[in-house]
Design a protein. Sequence first.
Length: 767
Amino acid sequence: MLNRLIHVLQKLIFKNRLLIILSFFVLTLFFAYKASQIQLDASFNKNIPLQHPYMQTYLQYQDDFGGANSILIAVCDKSGNIYKGEFFNKLKQVHDQLFFIPGVDRSSVLSLFSPAVRYTEIVEEGFTGGPVISADFDYSEKSLQKVSRNVEKSGQIGRLVSNDGACAMVQGVLLDINPETQQPVDTIKFAQHLESDLRQSLATAEHSIHIIGFAKMVGDVAAGAKDVIYFFGLSILITSLLVYLFCRSILLTLLPVICSIVAMVWKIGILSWLGYGIDPMSVLLPFLIFAIGVSHGVQMINSTAKRVVIDGSVKNAAKQSFRRLVVPGFIALLSDCIGFITILSIDIGIIQELAIAASIGVAVIILTNLILLPVLISYLNNHQVKVVNSHTVVTQLWQKLSFLVRPDVAAAASVIMVLLFILGSWQARDMQIGDLHAGAPALHESSVYNQDTFLITDKFSIGVDILTVVAESKVDACTDYSIMKSIDNFEYQLSQVNGVQSTVSLAKVAKTITAGYNEGNPKWRVLPENTATLAQSVSRVPTSSGLLTSDCSRMTIILFLNDHKAQTIDRVISAVKRMSTDFESDNLKFKLALGPAGVMGATNEAVSEAQNPMMIYVFGAVFVLCLATFRNLKATLAVILPLYLVSVLAQALMTQLQIGLTVYTLPVIALGVGIGVDYGIYILSSLVEKLKQGEPLQQAYFDALIERGSAVVFTGFTLAVGVSTWLFSSLKFQVDMGVLLTFMFLVNMLGAVLFLPALCRLFWWKR
């Protein structure tokens, strides 16, 4: 049945060669037009698991307590003293400029110039206070001295003013929807505004500007992603050179390269047609599709060139190559496609979009490599198609490798596999979930963004690594002493957790206000048990502080963390979960989480939960496809086991290189498995065919290597070279992905060549 279907397809395709070429040409023009309209697309919500319980809390209280998509701008004076007229003029310019950038929640913009930033002091008559910068501020020395005193009274040192008095902060929150256009805020364009309207326009030799926040980080990632065009050009050049060295023909070099470029254009065009953009986090994916296309195209070139010697006609050779490669090629590419689709199980938008884009790309390669490429080859003449890799040295190498199926050698190789698995599993135990380094993990430590992060973290007592716990209670709970006391004790316990820099809550602020009502005596820095007195203290805290809602039924405990390393966030979240049970009651519940660190915690947990199911899905899909192809459990296991070994070794490599399992690296293992199965399928399909013809195992393996070994080895190197150019990226996450994919592509190829025959000997011992 299958042979008849292949025969019908062969006749249909090669009888309509010109029509097929014209169809591909027209569709390529259409998708090229669509591809020209695609844009970079980045969204905060795409990077978070929206269905996670933490994110449900985040979405529920986003309007009440603000979102996690915040912007922090530090304006620093090189002299180390901000109390100068020139500096405050610069700070006012930064405040006003941020206020008017489209997409900013203007009510959230906060600096010393904000009327909501007030000071309070205790006098004989009770309290007095006002804005830190009063309406009559005129930048004079007298006004500046007054502002300095007010800042000290306001408690803003470490928050809006750095601990060393050298910098001042301007804060804001980015909206999801621009109220002027009613369209989603363009994060990348917003980041460009931050750079051009603030840093480039306002920074001087005396005043430096430092900007951090998700939107700015995405903008820097997008700027770094533009360099990818150079990597693509380098990848095409190196890959084309490798193909030429393999086939010694310019035309045979051009054909798979052209077909792969067509596949890439189709992939980008289809994404644009479906309404998707290209996220900076997955901008290198089209070039991975290009490398996959070339590597599979070499299989068709290799087979056709060898068949020309037998058939004497390029057209007949192309037909025979189509018949021999359509099933293993289709299964290999389908395995790639399904490997990508399994990533859809991860509830993070950016990963799901990557899965969709990669699946579309591989699906297109099935058409370009298995239909268009053999049709194009069939138009060549005998002189343009040369015998590929018929060198004696290559034959001698395959002869030596065929000894891998000898019982003694196979047994030794199997022992090595077991030892590597044990060693890899032992190392992989220490692989961590989440970011392992301070600063934005997508960027190098030396990047401007990370240097800004380190400066703000060093000079201020706050940063973007904020974890907020919501205390849910009854209406007017903030006037109930028992509830406020539980919140206060809960906050104190959390402040002692390693990794928590400082904390703030309504209860903590109320204690300070109570002491103020009693001449500032530290002995009165307590929560009053009297309801009226407690209400008096709480009433001075506005809802704009982000510490309570208008009906006082929801309050927050804000934790400022030292960093956002995975172990820090995990430690603090575990402490919150553990301690909350000691302070909760029928009228008081604590819920995680708001703030950027809460988002990271939810993402880390989503990645951790998705890791094992994803691996089960991808290996399960590959297992079913191989079993359906070979209809033999032993043959299927011979393909699967080396793949699993390499995935374990990849996790061990991540541990050694201190690469955490994040939204960027999680899909890499699935990609490596989905693509790595190609090597085994191509070799084993030929090996099984030889075995069915009655050849002994060693001879069958030797013939399989003669037929497809060179193309398999070339495929591994081509894929590795294609992604190894990522090692020069200015984006650290792309470097990490490049390292892991290069490792998996090469080692999966070696596993198919070295370990697969050993497993075949074990499974077919007497053969």
